[in-house]
Write a protein of this length. Structure first.
Length: 202
């Protein structure tokens, strides 16, 4: 009787262990499947990422992958000084660029040329004295540009200072402008909002 009881107990224990292993295995498989599903769903999502590299002491635009997921890129309050052709090649789907207070003194003419989805650029409070007129000519979705607080001083008379066919809002406040003519806006056919506050216009 004791032998029968012990044998039955051992079998029951073995069954319990096996069932426990099966349950844990099923749970682990479910977790792995959920993880893979979540990973796929994140990868397959359209570009939704807000990438924030503000206040990082950067001297150049970082190359962080996968860059095609980035919609908004905040690089404000760094020490970039210059922007070059190709600086934003890793981020082809960026819509909004925040480049304020970066001590930028120069921007090459094709720096933004690959950003076909670009709608808004903030270049406020840098040290730009000159803007290439064709800098945004290929950005046909650009809606808003802020150059507030840059020491632009004056534009060449009789020619457009900027060519941007879709631009609707332009901020030139606090730019130390001494003169400004309507011809300067001839490259902005859709401009609706122009901010010229706090300049030294004669």
């Amino acid at each position: 009787m004791d032998m029968y009881f012990k044998s039955s107990t051992i079998w029951l224990l073995l069954v319990a262990v096996l069932l426990g292993s099966l349950v844990r295995s099923h749970e682990n498989d479910a977790e792995r499947n959920n993880s893979q599903t979540e990973s796929r769903s994140l990868t397959d999502q359209p570009a939704i990422v807000y990438l924030d590299f503000s206040w990082e002491g950067l001297i150049s635009v970082p190359d962080i992958g996968p860059g095609h997921l980035v919609h908004t890129f905040d690089l404000s309050h760094n020490n970039l000084h210059s922007l070059y052709n190709g600086s934003f090649y890793p981020y082809p789907n960026v819509r909004k660029l925040i480049l304020s207070s970066d001590n930028i003194t120069s921007i090459e003419s094709k720096t933004f040329s690959n950003l076909q989805s670009l709608t808004e650029v903030d270049l406020s409070y840098n040290n730009l004295t000159f803007i290439h007129p064709s800098m945004f000519v290929l950005n046909t979705n650009l809606q808003a540009l802020s150059l507030q607080g840059n020491p632009l001083y004056t534009f060449e008379s009789g020619t457009p200072f900027l060519i941007a066919s879709s631009l609707r809002s332009l901020d030139l406040s606090h730019c130390h402008l001494l003169q400004f003519s309507i011809e300067s806006l001839s490259g902005l056919p859709k401009l609706e909002i122009l901010d010229l506050r706090q300049n030294n216009l004669q």
